[in-house]
Ligand binder design. Structure first.
Ligand code: NIG
Ligand code: FE
Length: 418
C-alpha cells in the first residue's frame, strides 16, 4: 500500500458519469487530506485527522500541502503523424483559409504523404515523444486517431503504433479509426467509392485485429457529407465500433444532428453547430468535446460552451493535437483559453478535462476522478490551490505524475524517473 499524506487540497472531482449543468462546477474538494493506493487502485481517501501506522505502507509520499487531483484525460488528438506543415501555418497567417489548403491538395493530404513514407519505427519515435510530452502536462490517458494513411496499410500502421505506445509507455492510449478524415487522391471525385472501400476492406480488419475502439469521421465541408458519414458510421456501429464525429467545425452540415441520431458517444469541434444540432446532442446524451486550441489556431470564434452547459449538454475539452489546425499539446494554454474566452469557470474547465473527458472515451467508471476502485492516475500540482492552474496562466504546474499509483514523471527533476 502507498500512502499520500499532507495533501493540501484533494480535488476529487468525483463521479463516474458525465457531469452537466451546475454539476460541472462541483469539484468535491477535501482540504488537508490523505489518499491510499493498493494494487494500482485508489482504495481510500479523506480528511487526514488520524495518525497512520507507517509500517503498514510500502511507501509514504508527503504531498507537502500541495494540490492532488486526477490525471487529465485528452479525448481528441491526432498525435501519430509524420511531416511538417509550418509553411501552411504561415499561409494561414497571411489569410489563406484552412479548408482551401486541403482543397488544393495540401493540408491533411500533405501529412498523408509524409505518414505513408515514414517507416513504422520512425513514426513510433515521433509519436512516442509526443506521448511523453502529454504525460509531462499531466495527461495520463490520451485518445489518438488514425486518418493520415487513407489506405489500409498506413491506417493500420498508425493504429499499430498507438497500440505499441499503449503497451510500452506509461500513458494509456484509446485508439480511434478515422480513415474517413479526407478523400485520398486515388478516389478524387469518388468519395462514395472511398467510403465503400473503408467499409468493405479496412474496417473489418481493424476490428479483427482489435486495433481501435472508436470510429470517427470528418463530416464537414471539403470532407464527407452527412449521407456519406451516416453510411460509414452505421456500418461501423454494426462492426462493433463506438462512434465519434468531427462535427460542424468548418460549416454547419448537420453533423451534430447525425451524432444525436446515431447515439454517438461524442460530437467534437462544434464551432458552427446550430441550435437544432445542440438539441439533438442533449436529447441523445452525446458529449460535446470542445477544442479551444483549434479555434485559437484557426482564428475562429470559440464554440459556445456556455450555451451548451446551460442546455445541460456535458462538455469535455481536448487539445486536438494535429499538424494542421492545432499543433499544440499545451494543457496550460487550453485551460486558459477555456476560462478567458469560452467563459468556463475554473471548476467547469477541470471537470471538462477529467471526468467528462473520461466519459467521452467511455471510461468514466475507470478514470477521470478520485473514487474508490478507480485507477490511481494522479497529479501533484505545485500550488496550494487549483485556481493557480488558471491564475499562473501558461505555466505547467504539474509537478509529479502517478500512473497506477507509481511515480512515472517528476518535472522537478526535469527527466523521467525509471
Ligand atoms: O480536428 N478537422 C479535421 N481534422 C483535424 C485537422 C487535421 C489536419 O489538419 O491535419 C482537426 O482539426
Ligand atoms: Fe480533430
Amino acid at each position: 500500500m502507498v500512502l499520500f499524506k499532507n495533501i493540501g487540497q484533494l480535488v476529487t472531482v468525483g463521479g463516474k458519469t458525465p457531469k452537466m449543468g451546475l454539476e460541472m462546477k462541483e469539484l468535491n474538494i477535501i482540504n488537508d487530506a490523505y489518499l491510499i493506493v493498493e494494487n494500482e487502485k485508489i482504495i481510500d481517501f479523506g480528511i487526514e485527522n488520524k495518525e497512520f501506522e507507517e509500517s503498514n505502507f510500502e511507501k509514504i509520499i508527503d504531498v507537502e500541502g500541495k494540490v492532488m487531483m486526477p490525471g487529465f484525460v485528452d479525448p481528441h488528438t491526432h498525435f501519430v503523424f509524420a511531416g511538417d506543415r509550418s509553411k501552411e501555418f504561415k499561409m494561414r497567417l497571411q489569410g489563406t483559409p484552412y479548408i482551401d489548403i486541403l482543397k488544393n491538395g495540401g493540408g491533411i493530404l500533405s501529412t498523408v504523404n509524409a505518414t505513408r513514407e515514414s517507416p513504422e519505427q520512425d513514426l513510433y519515435l515521433l509519436s512516442q515523444k509526443r506521448a511523453e510530452k502529454f504525460l509531462s502536462y499531466g495527461v495520463t490517458t490520451v485518445e489518438g486517431k488514425s486518418g493520415y494513411g487513407l489506405d489500409k496499410k498506413t491506417e493500420l500502421k498508425q493504429l499499430k503504433v498507438m497500440k505499441e505506445i499503449d503497451e510500452k509507455e506509461d500513458i494509456d492510449i484509446v485508439s480511434t479509426f478515422m480513415g474517413a478524415h479526407a478523400v485520398p487522391k486515388k478516389y478524387k471525385n469518388n468519395s462514395g467509392g472511398y467510403i465503400y472501400y473503408l467499409i468493405e476492406e479496412v474496417m473489418p480488419e481493424v476490428i479483427d485485429k482489435n486495433l481501435a475502439e472508436f470510429c470517427d469521421v470528418f463530416c464537414d465541408d471539403g470532407a464527407f457529407t452527412y449521407q456519406e458519414s451516416k453510411k460509414l458510421l452505421i456500418a461501423a456501429a454494426e462492426l462493433g465500433f463506438k462512434l465519434k464525429i468531427h462535427a460542424d467545425e468548418i460549416k454547419n452540415t448537420e453533423a451534430s444532428q447525425l451524432a444525436g441520431e446515431l447515439n454517438a458517444v461524442s460530437a467534437e469541434h462544434l464551432l458552427k453547430a446550430s441550435d437544432e444540432g445542440l438539441k439533438s446532442l442533449k436529447e441523445n446524451n452525446v458529449i460535446a468535446v470542445l477544442l479551444p486550441l483549434t479555434a485559437f489556431s484557426l482564428q475562429e470564434k470559440y464554440a459556445d460552451a456556455r450555451k451548451m452547459i446551460e442546455m445541460g449538454i456535458p462538455v469535455a475539452l481536448a487539445t486536438d493535437l494535429n499538424p494542421g489546425s492545432s499543433y499544440s499539446q499545451s494543457i496550460p494554454l487550453l485551460l486558459s483559453l477555456a476560462v478567458m474566452y469560452m467563459e468556463l469557470s475554473p471548476e467547469e474547465a477541470i471537470t471538462a478535462l477529467t471526468i467528462n473527458a473520461a466519459c467521452a472515451l467511455d471510461q468514466g467508471d475507470v478514470i477521470g476522478s478520485i473514487e474508490k476502485g478507480k485507477r490511481a492516475d494522479l497529479l501533484i500540482i505545485d500550488a496550494p490551490d487549483y485556481n493557480h492552474l488558471f491564475y499562473n496562466f501558461g505555466v505547467n504546474l504539474v509537478e509529479k505524475v502517478f500512473k497506477n499509483g507509481n511515480l512515472v514523471l517528476d518535472n522537478n527533476l526535469n527527466k523521467r524517473k525509471i
